[in-house]
Design a protein around this ligand. Sequence first.
Ligand SMILES: *Cc1c(COP(=O)(O)O)cnc(C)c1O
Length: 395
Amino acid sequence: MSALLPTYARSELSFARGEGAYLFTVAGERYLDFASGVAVTALGHAHPHLVKALTEQAKKLWHVSNLHRIPEQERLGERLCGATFADRVFFANSGAEAVECAIKAARRYHFKNGAPERYRLITFEGAFHGRTLATIAASGQAKHLEGFGPPVDGFDKVEALDIEAVEAAIGDATAGILIEPIMGEGGMREVSWRFLQDLRSLADEHGILLLLDEVQTGMGRTGRLFAHEWAGITPDIMATAKGLGGGFPMGACLMTESVGVAMTPGSHGSTFGGNPLAMAVGNAVLDVVLEEGFLDHVAQMGLRLKQRLAALQDEHGDVIEEVRGQGLMLGLKCKGPNLELLEALRAEKMLTVQAGDNVVRLLPPLIVGEAEIDLAGEKLDAACVALKSRALAHA
Ligand SMILES: *Cc1c(COP(=O)(O)O)cnc(C)c1O
């Protein structure tokens, strides 16, 4: 019996080391990693620049707490603000914590502006915002709420990506609208750029805030630093995490000055958030992601992979129903159970991630090259063939 909580459905695989887009088992078997630990290892495994930043910082200083100034944190904060809409950043340790900060900041903004009754957020069917009590309430998925008592109050779920439904849901208690630019866990469901633009206008008309959960879509994953840039809009508050630390646990909540001023001293905090070790790695990730041409590379590799997937869909329409996503955040909606395709890919030594709506997610590291995209195409083809011949054998 394991000492661990049985909260995860783990595979039997166990890896000893990683290099770039590959993982190696203890026995030395090589897997193509198109999961990236769920969009986390954005620069692949053992990236020399990250290893250097981590080991050099590890010899100097790990943690001092936010009782003191942390130069590495100030620097990463300034750089993130410089590269985005934001004026202020709060550093946390995970995606859920970053979203939690976003929720608190939205409530606090209205409180400080004389409207404490505005505390509710409009959220969407199929969303995923994390596993804390507030973020499971924000996601509103029955399977995540079951058995955990009354859901945290303050979330109004809209069933469809329909702007009229959103407007109808806005009331005197509404503080803002919370959405992911692409619903990752929910099945790589794309939110149209037009819809995001309409949400921005709606928020402005009603004096409420637009909150984006870019925990998965952020840090270059879609071919822009943040996915909302494609829509040509900016949020008031944005949570990000996953790729931010390239595998080192960290999250960040970014916001405009007018929201940030409401988060006065003592109103929020984190013991670990933004510690020197995390910040050294975060700065190193940003060094690479902001390098000239890096995001273009992501967009190009994304296109190459998406074209390959479209061709595979043409050829194996009985396995692949639809190709979804943007940049290197792509999904295959399956005809049969998505777990079967995921397992067939694993048998071809390629790792992917399950998502809702019967989707298999492809989340390669952003440093992936043409050779690896082509290899993924071959493995996907082989997996589809294997699934079909298995289906024939059963027929
Ligand atoms: C993964 C994810 C989260 C939660 O992040 P954790 O680090 O697991 O807490 C929140 N929102 C989105 C969109 C995510 O993809």
